[in-house]
Ligand binder design. Sequence first.
Ligand code: B4P
Length: 211
Amino acid sequence: HRDLHLSIRRQRQMCIRDRLNVIIFGKPGSGKGTQAAMIKDKYGLIHVSTGDVFRKNTSEGTELGNIAKQYMSKGELVPDKITIAMLESEIKSFMPCNGFILDGFPRTILQAESLDKLLVNLNLKIDLVIALDVPNKNLINRLLERGKTSGRSDDQSKEKINKRLEEYDNKTKPLIIFYENQKKFYSIDGVGSLTDVNNRLVDVIDSKYND
Ligand code: B4P
């Protein structure tokens, strides 16, 4: 009986994997990268963090990295044209796959529209957008704390962090309505232990895909 139960469970997980393409959304420091890394293993998904790809390029001194660095170090978004081209080649590089998590992309309406077009061409779609809701005062504390050890230039001062929050309000926040209109948007409380937040995230995914 236990084996049968496990086998059904595994099949359900396969079903989830077959169709789960999820965006983890939120303000800077809301825990997108942290949570994406936790759920990718649970569901067997590919994790794409545009911030990580930019940082890798910066540390390797590539042309893309050198351009991205100029914006990131000031707390500004990297221009759409560069970011979209990079994301497209990332997604194409791991196709076909069982599903993916996008962390830090899209961050502008143009990025979201370009993503939709790309996915239509690949016969895919985004299933869920889950936002981690964290008040600004917690975000500022988290990022300043990380700045002590991360070496990340964008975590180093309150001014740069405020610039990132301003960029979010001006360019990224409109995506909430964009994805609400597509009936894909969910928001969870992003304050609490990593496990608490992870449980909330998993509940949203499972309630939609595992009943
Ligand atoms: P990202 O790399 O996406 O990083 P982020 O927004 O700073 O952080 P994230 O939300 O992933 O938080 P994390 O889990 O690390 O962006 C950096 C820059 O790259 C952007 O400013 C921009 O310049 C550029 N960029 C990236 N994507 C782009 C795009 N699409 N278009 C244009 N530009 C783009 O967590 C933060 C900290 O909080 C960590 O120290 C973590 O340990 C801690 N934490 C996490 N969860 C916690 C919890 N529950 N409680 C307490 N602390 C927690």
